[in-house]
Design a protein around this ligand. Sequence first.
Ligand SMILES: Nc1ncnc2c1ncn2[C@@H]1O[C@H](COP(=O)(O)OP(=O)(O)O)[C@@H](O)[C@H]1O
Ligand SMILES: [Mg+2]
Length: 220
Amino acid sequence: MIQFSNVTAAFDGHNVLEDVSVQINPGEFVFVVGQTGSGKSTLLRLMYMDVMPEKGAVIVGKYNSQTIQTNEKPYLRRTLGIVFQDFRLMEDRSVYENVAFTLHVTGTPRKEIKKSVLRALADVGLSHQRNKMALELSGGEQQRVVIARALVNDPLFLLADEPTGNLDPTTSWDILQLLKAINTRGTAIIMATHNHELVKRMNARVIEIRDGKLIEVKDF
Ligand SMILES: Nc1ncnc2c1ncn2[C@@H]1O[C@H](COP(=O)(O)OP(=O)(O)O)[C@@H](O)[C@H]1O
Ligand SMILES: [Mg+2]
């Protein structure tokens, strides 16, 4: 579970979020919408504690922003899958190696790595492309690799910050369908977007950030 209790987040003395409380449960699909600069990325960064609240508490599973130690943050992040808009793949490495990378870094046994990577690639429909170089793939395929990389730890929550921001409408819709399928298999999805067409076409929870407050939008 992800819970915000009376969270205020600020940069340089300016409040981006003010006294915000919200709860997101395992298995949910939630869109976060709002104008550019409204605080969508900040909301997600609070969840993986890259930004810390000025006031209040962010609770993610067993981690609490008020008590977490800096050296625990990597462990928190391993319980989440994180997808950024400007996906950064290692272009000179294969698809397989890109997805395997974090598992190598954390010292996972080779046999386990193989199992996890093949499962994650199957989940995004890219098993057949595993030996290609990342650079050889289309933009949509590259974003699938990024999603596979985020799924490799089998996270309870997948956080996606404008994952379709650089993609054409058809590819964006495909990526959204993929996220929906991943959600159906049990992973909660929290997706920041300003693509209102996508949000309208999906029957999901919508949270809007406006003037530092969160609004639950019915009938988006
Ligand atoms: N690291 C930072 N330092 C200073 N200001 C920041 C920083 N990150 C974000 N902001 C400011 O916080 C506000 C919200 O930003 P952000 O969460 O990125 O919005 P969104 O993702 O909705 O476009 C903006 O005014 C932005 O300029
Ligand atoms: Mg943003």
